[in-house]
Write a protein that binds this ligand. Sequence first.
Ligand SMILES: Cc1ncc(COP(=O)(O)O)c(C=O)c1O
Length: 355
Amino acid sequence: MKKHNFSAGPCILPDSVMKQASDAILNFDGLDLSLIEISHRSKNFVEVMDKAQQLVKDLMGLPEGYSVMFLQGGASLEFLMVPYNLMKQGGKAAYLDTGTWANKAIVEAKAFGDTTIMGSSADKNYTYIPKGYTVGSEYDYFHCTSNNTIFGTQIKSFPNVDTLNVCDMSSDIFSRQLDFSSFDLIYAGAQKNMGPAGTTLVVVKDEILGKTGRSIPTMLDYSTHIKKESMFNTPPVFPIYVSMLTLEWLKSNGGISWIEGINRQKADLLYNEIDNNPLFRGAAATEDRSDMNATFLLMEDKLKDEFDSMWKAAGINGLNGHRSVGGYRASMYNALPLESVQVLVDVMKELSRKA
Ligand SMILES: Cc1ncc(COP(=O)(O)O)c(C=O)c1O
């Protein structure tokens, strides 16, 4: 039996995608060749790239004027590429500080110019999303992290900003319906809701590029990759192929509105247990809780060993919290079935019966 995989990333992918991906490693498209041993410029792979880009546009409902790229370097390289491509010489940027990943983005931006922190939840170990700030047109762009994978918080309502709107959606991309066209640049590492680690999705409004006055190294210039259809150099063919399969799976089942309904059910089921079981407490502020990563604490240390052995015996994987929060983190990405959450909830109930 497969494990109930609550891993924070890399993480669970749909079974059908795993099967198709395994088949393509052995024999892709009936070519008697593996996906990973053919040219990325072959007709068969160019079709994969085109399809993946189109699926992103379709699922997000993007209007004309956006480009979709599949790059390398992880979301972490985007922390650098965003200011390189968007912060003007002598300009300034606005950032929201919601935790570890936002901080890493801020560090890179500071190397380019004036970087203003519009709000920070560092005072309470990032257990909430800062609100009540305004971002004016004096900034070249505003950057936020839609979902804070480590701390288990998620922006539920995005601010209206008077400048370019940039978002790191690495850990909740394609999980809920948003007005994606209200963003000028979105990026996400593949390894949560899309595919294996190794490629980063970048969606950008074309008209915002080429306006900084900076000289940008070729590989770090979004225009390079747009012009070459993400094939300026050899692309990571396997992660892109699996991302394409996952996006096909999502679209054929009903798209983001379909998965959002299931994600809601999973999150409600788990948070309901966390709130009603006296042995547990949620780590994040209720109104900012993430539907993707639920962080929670066990109230009695003496029960830790028992709880840990119970969830492991139930076939659950990847429940330990990140070291900066402690406790537990249940990551409920798109491919995690509702049944897996029910298994976890049953273990939590069983623990309180025994305690
Ligand atoms: C929200 C967020 N941003 C950025 C990253 C970094 O991504 P990568 O490891 O692809 O560089 C992560 C990784 O977990 C993340 O969760």
